[in-house]
Design a protein around this ligand. Structure first.
Ligand code: ZN
Length: 217
């Protein structure tokens, strides 16, 4: 059984996800927590639920998804895993964080790399690593096949898709990858996006104005 707890952090209203199994083995994904109150909120939940966080993952490394990386690595003593194409994206945050007003941002680096098609475990639960570049060059999503749930980062949103005007963005690539990598998942698959509410593959196939059946291409 896989449990998914979401938090919404920082001025970008980024969704941070904590995945854990029934034994309390946890994986933290995209920790956007920056101020003390946000970090306390996450820590309080971890303590109350007796979760043991054993790894840290990033879907991609834009600033709003990595603000809590260094803190999480230290606090939980975990390694950070990202796709290798995101290493430069993560490095760039050090340079532009002050421009966004994040004074005191602590840099972090990856301890290992996520590989497309491989699986990563949350305790006894397996997540498949799916490569969906376009919003960011090394963007991956994490799919739990047993429960049809997907942590999708900034690929697909309810009624929208990730922006592609940032460095390394590619609009046509994102459209094609959503169709080939996400829309081939079962219709009932629940999408947990990096911003905004959950949705499903079936709903977006019908209604999404960018990639749905009535999208203007
Ligand atoms: Zn992003």
């Amino acid at each position: 059984m896989l449990y998914i707890k979401s938090f919404t952090f920082n001025p970008f209203q980024e969704n941070t996800y904590l995945l854990y199994d029934e034994k309390g083995n946890g994986t933290l994904i995209d920790p956007g927590c920056f101020d003390l109150a946000e970090r306390k909120e996450l820590l309080d939940f971890v303590t109350e639920e007796k979760i043991r966080i054993t790894q840290l993952l990033n879907t991609h490394c834009h600033i709003d998804h990595v603000l809590g990386n260094a803190w999480a690595k230290k606090t939980f003593g975990v390694d950070l895993l990202i796709h290798k194409e995101e290493a430069a994206v993560l490095k760039a945050v050090e340079v532009y964080a002050p421009n966004y007003g994040f004074v005191g941002y602590e840099s972090s680096h990856a301890d290992g790399f996520l590989v497309e098609g491989e699986e990563i475990n949350v305790g006894g639960e397996a997540l498949k690593i799916i490569f969906v570049p376009g919003h960011a060059p090394g963007h991956v999503v994490f799919y739990h096949k047993d429960s049809h749930q997907c942590i999708a980062g900034d690929t697909l949103f309810r009624g929208s898709i990730g922006r592609t005007d940032l460095p390394g963005g590619d609009h046509e690539l994102l459209l094609s990858k959503i169709k080939s990598q996400l829309f081939t998942l079962p219709e009932e698959t629940v999408i947990y996006p990096g911003h905004g509410p959950e949705t499903t593959i079936g709903f977006e196939k019908t209604h999404n104005p960018f990639v749905g059946k009535n999208a203007r291409s």
